[in-house]
Design a protein around this ligand. Structure first.
Ligand code: FE2
Ligand code: FE2
Length: 164
């Protein structure tokens, strides 16, 4: 179904079609990072075991909701940019260090979380830069999400220094 385009300025304008496509690609990758994080944190929060693990499991369970909110924001923005949020057949997997293994390996999980958050921070900085000057709304949205991920990273860095 062809869509009539009306915006004469900004990322929805015809003259920015190539840039829009680039940003939709970046947002699609961000969407998968969030969805994989939801699955990893959900599994780890359910599986972690032992007295030392309880606080980490609770923190991860709380983050599942927040990461799902990020995924929803990315999907919504993809749609607003004339894109299509991907289906499960296109799912990307890359969180090798968050596969459930030893349920008492709390430090291993903390390191996996730090790796995932650092990866998100790197990618979201890339999106923010790609949006500069042409897509202020995506940039604003991703800056908010970046702030959450930086908070997650710092929280788990503090956990790591306690556990080591
Ligand atoms: Fe997130
Ligand atoms: Fe996060």
């Amino acid at each position: 179904m062809p869509t009539t385009r009306h915006a004469s300025a900004g990322i929805l304008a015809d003259q920015n079609a190539a840039k829009r496509e680039e940003i939709v690609g970046l947002l699609t990758r961000a969407y998968w990072m969030e969805m994989e994080t939801v699955m990893s944190y959900l599994a780890q929060s359910a599986y972690l075991d032992g007295i030392r693990a309880e606080e980490i499991a609770e923190a991860l369970a709380a983050d599942v909701t927040e990461e799902l909110g990020h995924a929803k924001a990315f999907a919504g923005r993809i749609k607003d940019l004339y894109g299509t949020p991907p289906g499960t057949f296109d799912m990307v997997h890359e969180q090798a260090s968050l596969q459930p293994g030893d349920p008492t390996d709390v430090v291993g999980v903390i390191r996996g979380v730090i790796e995932a958050e650092a990866g998100a921070i790197e990618h979201y900085n890339r999106i923010i830069e790609a949006c500069d000057g042409v897509d202020w709304a995506t940039q604003d949205m991703v800056i908010d999400i970046l702030r959450d991920e930086e908070n997650h990273l710092r929280t788990f860095e503090r956990y790591l220094s306690e556990y080591e």
